[in-house]
Design a protein around this ligand. Structure first.
Ligand code: ZN
Length: 175
């Protein structure tokens, strides 16, 4: 297994307005819409055949997406790469000197785990790394395997950190 581009995140003022182009004019499957409370965004994952398009609309004025649009307008927000083992990828990224936006592994709209690599370390583009554990049929056995891998790799703290954002010990040794 190797890393591959999963989706491209686009910050928009209105998912509804944007769907007039992608769904109504171009016939792209609009997919599911989900609110991610801790990021204060509503997300629509458009299935466009290859990598998906993730439309991101702020649900609050203090959302990172609201701030992004205020500063730069609508546009490309991030690129997401799916990796087989996120914890191992994070270790390698850190070992290479790249900066993460947050050291803790978080849980995204579809339940997958993710981190963001800071644009300063990724060619000026925010880079999302997500774990290859969602969407596949029969994912449950795969999930438990990955849960174990994550626990082993970061000393058993990642499982605690995901979901409650407390007990952030995974990044202590690098900050
Ligand atoms: Zn994304």
């Amino acid at each position: 297994m190797s890393a591959k581009i999963d989706h491209i995140g686009i910050a928009v003022r209105s998912i509804d307005a944007t769907l007039a182009l992608y769904r109504d004019a171009l016939g792209v499957d609009p997919g599911e819409r989900v609110v991610v409370e801790h990021e204060k965004v509503e997300v629509a994952m458009l299935a466009a055949g290859g990598p998906r398009l993730e439309l991101l609309e702020a649900t609050s004025d203090d959302s990172v997406i609201a701030k992004f649009i205020e500063k730069r307008g609508e546009g490309l927000h991030h690129i997401a790469i799916r990796v087989p083992d996120l914890a191992a990828a994070v270790e390698r990224v850190k070992a290479g000197g790249a900066r993460l936006v947050k050291d803790e592994i978080q849980r995204g709209a579809e339940g997958y785990r993710y981190v963001f690599v800071h644009p300063a370390s990724a060619g000026g583009v925010l880079l999302e790394l997500i774990e290859d554990d969602s969407g596949a049929a029969g994912a449950s056995s795969e999930m438990s395997r990955i849960d174990k891998t994550v626990g082993d790799t970061v000393g058993g703290t990642a499982g605690d950190t995901v979901g409650n954002s407390a007990g952030d010990t995974t990044g202590d040794n690098v900050t």
